[in-house]
Design a protein around this ligand. Structure first.
Ligand SMILES: *[C@@H]1O[C@H](CO)[C@@H](O)[C@H](O)[C@H]1NC(C)=O
Length: 259
């Protein structure tokens, strides 16, 4: 090809590339005929962490915010100043899925999220979660059976500790499948009037068992609709989002147990 044409095309590409990446153009629009919304997820969440003895070790609440593009919250902060990088989260590797109520196993997709302290959530039908039984099998594993009664959507996160591994469970064909981040994620949804969800897994515990126990189990509830979906604080925050943004929001809980 003619080197002049090549150089011409190359410079057009370079100029366009620089313009697009310079941030000179505002990327979002709320116009109905050409919408380019900024997508944000906001989960008003209460988190409760239990220790090996079953006691509550810590509890907190906040608005957990996920932004799914590279501009993060840089265009949101001018409108809602308290959403800024001072409230960026840090992954706690010792908690399943960093200790946050992911509703899909996409922890690797969105590395940036924010947690703004807020009041406790009080859903009218809170999640009931219990360990029904824990028994040693004759083939050397520990079988744990659980019961969960909660809203239509729940996520379960399993994180076997160092040296421990899941050998089988009550889901699918019985072979535990971990996700891209190496943790186990189960998404459960049910219709109205479903019975309580019971499930089990078998774990091969390390010998000797370390001081951290064999597994961390966490469960999240997601109130996607109905009167439990919003809180006053969440509504107030939503009202302040600019019209070119599209916040999806709901109430969640995250409860973690160690065994
Ligand atoms: C950043 O957020 C924190 C906590 O939400 C807030 O206290 C602070 O004032 C914010 N900073 C700015 C520059 O608005």
């Amino acid at each position: 090809m003619n080197p002049w044409i090549l150089a011409g095309l190359g410079s057009i590409f370079l100029v366009m590339f620089l313009l697009v990446s310079s941030g000179l153009f505002f990327p979002y629009s709320g116009r109905a005929d050409s919408p380019r919304p900024k997508r944000v997820f906001i989960q008003h969440t209460t988190r409760t962490f239990h220790n090996l003895q079953g006691q509550v070790e810590s509890q907190d609440s906040g608005l957990w915010i996920n932004s799914f593009d590279f501009t993060a919250v840089q265009h949101i902060s001018p409108h809602i100043p308290e959403i800024n990088d001072t409230v960026r989260t840090h992954c706690r590797e010792d908690r399943p899925f960093c200790g946050y109520p992911w509703f899909l196993p996409v922890k690797f997709l969105s590395k940036k999220n924010w947690y703004l302290p807020a009041s406790e959530v009080m859903p009218s039908s809170p999640l009931e979660f219990s360990l029904l039984s824990k028994e040693e099998t004759s083939w050397g594993t520990v079988k744990m059976t659980f019961r969960a009664k909660g809203p239509s959507h729940m996520s379960l996160y399993l994180m076997p500790h160092r040296g421990a591994s899941l050998s089988t469970w009550s889901f699918g064909d019985g072979t535990p499948q971990y996700d891209l981040s190496g943790e186990y994620f189960v998404f459960y949804s049910h219709g109205v009037d479903a019975p309580a969800w019971t499930f089990w897994f078998e774990i091969q515990d390390p010998d000797p068992l370390g001081p951290e126990g064999m597994i961390s189990v966490a469960i999240s509830s997601h109130y996607f609709f109905g009167k439990d979906q919003r809180t006053a604080q969440l509504q107030e925050m939503l009202n302040r989002f600019p019209d070119w943004s599209f916040p999806s929001s709901w109430v969640s809980t995250y409860d973690m147990y160690r065994y």
